[in-house]
Design a protein around this ligand. Structure first.
Ligand SMILES: *Cc1c(COP(=O)(O)O)cnc(C)c1O
Length: 384
């Protein structure tokens, strides 16, 4: 089976992890800061807070922004459940804004209309979390202008988008947002096995996130209430979690970052071949907005109405032919847990139409030309 996504682990990665494993520090050692610094340099952010997953990073980001009961987070339904679950962890409510039919990202026209309505009703969201789906950045200037107008906080879920850029600058630089989240799950662009980060340019938010990832504990007298008892002393000043990443994982991430731009170039080379070789089939290929260069985590195709097979038939046929296709995402609000919160089918029609037609096909840096040809031939067999 040719998978839809796959990590690349080199001999250098293995040596980096072994070196960390045989060092004095295997959990909270120097590799974590080195990894954070390298990521900050790669994406142009002042602070990087590494954590055990992107889910943890989303939770800590929302907490640091003061999210709590009575507040609402708005996001896209075309995402992994973690984006909105993290808001529920804080006791907040979640609402969804439908996607744009071309980019599959949160639709900014609909967001703008919904914000105007919510403003009149006095029910503005505390946080809006756009997701850069498949690695394609949302239009951040426009989102930033809406944030300034309505006073919400902006968290980018860029789990798909590391190595991508918006308006010529790297995703993650938080030029128009408060915090950006990346995931390093093995199916994403670079990996730490499990792991994620939050990036920010805001010193106070960074301090809070560093504290929250480790129990809400500080050893810095500047953050303590009253005087320190001595050099051994620490204080718990907030209710945090153990969301720390390990030195082993950070060593892997640090080794992988060196290949980030090479990975993105390889993904674009694969995209160009797919764009050219699949253009004649009755499927819709992923649009690339001109204001960004995608991280290309995914290559989603949509089955057109005039195709000879349904999406379900195409999925089965492709799996039969050894292609590890997948379907991403089931609109979050259609999950039973969210339906129990009151959401109903039909709430975001573009997301549902997208979900009913989409298949994601193999896209990863080390996809060989032969394997890609096998994928192309399987798609031709399926759709002609
Ligand atoms: C993968 C993913 C997450 C969660 O990442 P983890 O590191 O597995 O917690 C969150 N949001 C999106 C959009 C993702 O793709």
């Amino acid at each position: 089976m040719i998978p839809y996504g796959r990590q690349d682990i080199t001999q250098g990665d293995i040596e980096a992890v072994v070196e960390a494993l045989t060092s004095d520090f295997i959990t909270q050692g120097p590799k974590i800061t080195a990894f954070e610094n390298a990521l900050g340099a790669a994406c142009g952010a002042r602070h990087v807070v590494a954590m055990s997953s992107a889910t943890a990073a989303l939770h800590v980001a929302y907490m640091a922004l003061g999210l709590g009961p009575g507040d609402t987070v708005w996001t896209t339904p075309n995402t992994f459940v973690a984006t909105s679950n993290a808001a529920l962890y804080c006791g907040a409510d979640v609402d969804f804004v439908d996607i744009d039919a071309a980019t599959y990202n949160l639709c900014l026209d609909q967001l703008e209309a919904k914000l105007a309505q919510a403003d009149k009703a006095g029910k503005l969201p505390k946080i809006v979390t756009p997701v850069h789906f498949a690695g394609q950045s949302c239009d951040m200037k426009r989102l930033g202008a809406l944030r300034d107008k309505y006073g919400f906080k902006l968290v980018e879920d860029a789990s798909h988008a590391i190595g991508g850029s918006y308006d010529g600058a790297p995703v993650g630089n938080c030029a128009y947002s408060d915090i950006t989240i990346f995931s390093f799950h093995p199916v994403k662009i670079i990996t730490t096995a499990e792991g994620g980060v939050a990036t920010t340019n805001d010193d106070a938010l960074a301090d809070k996130m560093f504290m929250l990832r480790s129990h809400g504990i500080t050893r810095d007298p500047a953050f303590m209430q009253g005087p320190s008892d001595g050099p051994w002393y620490y204080q718990q000043v907030a209710l945090g979690y153990n969301y720390r990443i390990t030195d082993l994982q950070a060593a892997l991430g640090l080794s992988q970052i060196g290949r980030l731009s090479q990975y993105i170039d390889a993904r674009h080379a694969h995209r160009e071949i797919y764009d050219r070789e699949l253009a004649h089939l009755p499927i819709t290929l992923p649009y690339q907005a001109p204001y960004q260069r995608s991280g290309l985590h995914l290559y989603p195709i949509l089955v057109n109405a005039d195709a000879p097979v349904s999406r379900a038939e195409a999925f089965d046929k492709l799996r039969e032919l050894g292609i590890g296709v997948n379907v991403l995402y089931i609109p979050v609000y259609l999950q039973p847990y969210y339906k129990a919160l009151g959401f109903e089918a039909g709430y975001c029609p573009n997301s549902e139409d997208y979900y009913n037609r989409m298949i994601t096909i193999p896209m990863y840096a080390q996809l060989t030309r032969d394997d890609q040809q096998t994928v192309i031939e399987a798609l031709e067999k399926t759709f002609t």
